[in-house]
Design a binder for this molecule. Structure first.
Ligand code: CU
Length: 281
């Protein structure tokens, strides 16, 4: 239909110059792997799913000193679009799509387990919730095995993903040292690159339908498979603010929280906030 063709044309011709990155976690850059080198803009996406940069972005291949965390501890991944601070808009709201968090044993970080994801749920895309929260809240699983892990925190922008190779992946890695004495085995395992295909349904995805910004029928298949966890023994841990220990595979609790100001049903096509839909993104 004409409406979607016009939108697609706008999306295709608008210059893409600024995107998003995680600038700190819970008020500190401790454990966060740097992206790129020097002063180069860090908010560009990775678009080639076969690139080694899919793992921890450009420049994020090497471990840094891990931050000490406890099972059950909440981390707040704080995003920036332009200049970090209260005036920053985090991410252009045209960038609708899912969020995913994985973990792998550090420092090598080769075998990843997905700990959480949110695609389109509760009538909203994850990235829009992320903009409202100015970041993503994530709770370290209460049964996460102790030791050095790497968290891989990712958002995927789908506004150009109707063309193969134009989905925009924004990921960052964080080295953590999990306290306690939990042990256990992560599963299922995926690799980066490898976990995603450029042609799978959630990566080559057309948002420009008559239901925009909502996906057709409210359905969106999140890449990377189902959420896994840790199986096996779970010892006591120290310092965590978690509740009861779990001994089997766990689901990670909340991350992106529900929008604070909601009107009945968020399913209109108005685009939501007052930010321009098109412009610098
Ligand atoms: Cu962008």
């Amino acid at each position: 239909m004409l409406f979607s063709k016009v939108l697609a044309a706008l999306a295709a011709t608008t210059a893409v110059s600024a995107h998003t990155w995680i600038w700190q976690v819970s008020g500190s850059t401790s454990g966060l792997r740097p992206i790129k080198n020097g002063s180069e803009y860090r908010g560009n996406p990775i678009q080639d799913v076969s690139s080694s940069s899919m793992r921890c972005n450009v420049g994020g291949g090497s471990a840094v000193t891990p931050r000490n965390v406890s099972p059950g501890q909440q981390l707040y991944f704080e995003y920036a679009h332009n200049t970090p601070g209260p005036q920053d808009d985090i991410l252009d709201p045209s960038h609708i799509g899912p969020c995913m968090i994985y973990a792998a044993r550090g420092p090598q970080a080769t075998d990843w387990v997905k700990l959480w994801h949110d695609g389109y749920s509760g009538g909203q895309w994850c990235t829009i919730k992320m903009i409202r929260n100015r970041g993503i809240y994530f709770t370290i699983p209460s049964n996460m095995p102790s030791g050095h892990w790497v968290l891989r925190v990712e958002v995927l922008a789908l506004h150009s993903a109707y063309t193969v190779g134009e989905a925009q992946f924004y990921m960052a890695c964080m080295d953590i040292n999990v306290s306690g004495s939990n042990s256990g085995t992560p599963s299922p395992i995926v690799r980066f690159p490898g976990a995603y295909s450029s042609t799978e349904a959630g990566v080559k995805f057309n948002v420009w339908t008559s239901s925009y910004p909502n996906p057709p029928n409210g359905q969106y298949p999140i890449p990377g498979g189902s959420v896994g966890g840790f199986s096996g023994s779970s010892g006591g841990n120290t310092g965590g603010n978690n509740g009861g220990q779990q001994t089997t595979t766990t689901q990670v609790r909340t991350t992106t929280q529900a929008p604070r100001t909601t009107t009945q049903g968020n399913n209109n096509n108005s685009g939501g906030s007052g930010s321009p839909l098109y412009g610098q993104w």
